[in-house]
Write a protein that binds this ligand. Structure first.
Ligand code: ATP
Length: 248
């Protein structure tokens, strides 16, 4: 049996804005199948930027300069976006939905872009309990329902790599439990999941932790290692935030 390959590897990755601000710096990491990684860090630490980079969306943004190398699902980091649409699920922080379109139209449009049969949109909506908002305009939905729709949309194509930017922010406890149940089922099926969150309850759902401070990795390892080092998860997570504030 051959050894499993990393879903993602990055070496000395850096991203700088035209004004000289380092969004990401010196990032070297590997992400493996069948693992859920919490991406943690203070506001502005670079979490969304890293998720966008892995989704192939930072490249080509005006004014940003990239350095370093890596692979995502076996393809070189740069120039791979269209080739990976069906294998890579991405839920942006703002949901990435068209506000003026209905839930049905959003999911149908996404299915079309992914070359999926038209029936997959309704199936996905049913699997995520979205029937009651199916015909509603996304712009009229509550924040939590938007999150639910965006989460369902990120899973339309059964990805091998799932990138979730604060998927549980603003959702009620029931929806949060459903999101985590779905993520755990995907993990058991071998999907690699990278999920950003500020919530220590979410951290308990993850095996691995990647913490960013001012664009740099300041902790990389099992969540349980942080617990062991600081005595409790909450204390450990707060210590990581303080490390971020003190970083040069
Ligand atoms: N396209 C861009 N050009 C210049 N600076 C940017 C760009 N995108 C993000 N930034 C800056 O990069 C830094 C990191 O932002 P990012 O959104 O990645 O942080 P975050 O960790 O996701 O924060 P939060 O927890 O508040 O969502 C911020 O200071 C932000 O203003």
């Amino acid at each position: 049996m051959s050894a499993p390959e990393a879903c993602v590897w990055l070496r000395e990755l850096a991203c700088r804005s035209g004004a000289g601000r380092q969004l990401l710096q010196g990032l070297s990491l590997s992400l493996w199948p069948g693992q859920v990684y919490l991406l943690y860090g203070a506001n502005g630490a670079g979490k969304s930027s890293l998720l966008k980079l892995l989704a192939g969306l930072l490249e080509g943004q005006a004014g940003l300069r990239m350095q370093g190398e890596g692979e995502v699902l076996g393809l070189p980091l740069w120039g791979r976006r269209a080739a990976q649409r069906a294998q890579l699920g991405y839920m942006p922080q703002q949901g990435g939905l068209y506000e003026e379109l209905s839930v049905a139209e959003n999911l149908h449009f996404r299915a079309e872009v992914l070359d999926l049969p038209a029936t997959s949109a309704l199936q996905q909506a049913q699997a995520h309990g979205l029937q009651s908002v199916w015909g509603q305009r996304v712009g009229q939905l509550s924040g939590g329902w938007r999150q639910r729709v965006a989460f369902a949309a990120s899973l339309l194509a059964t990805p091998r790599l799932l990138l979730l930017d604060e998927p549980t922010a603003g959702v009620d406890l029931e929806a949060k439990a459903q999101i985590w149940a779905r993520v755990q089922a995907l993990r058991a099926a071998g999907v690699c999941v990278l999920v950003s969150s500020h919530d220590s309850e979410d951290a308990l759902q993850c095996q691995q932790l990647l913490a960013l401070a001012q664009g740099r990795l300041c902790f990389q390892g099992p969540v349980q290692a942080l617990v062991a080092e600081y005595g409790s998860l909450g204390t450990g997570l707060r210590a990581l935030l303080r490390a971020g504030v003190q970083a040069p």
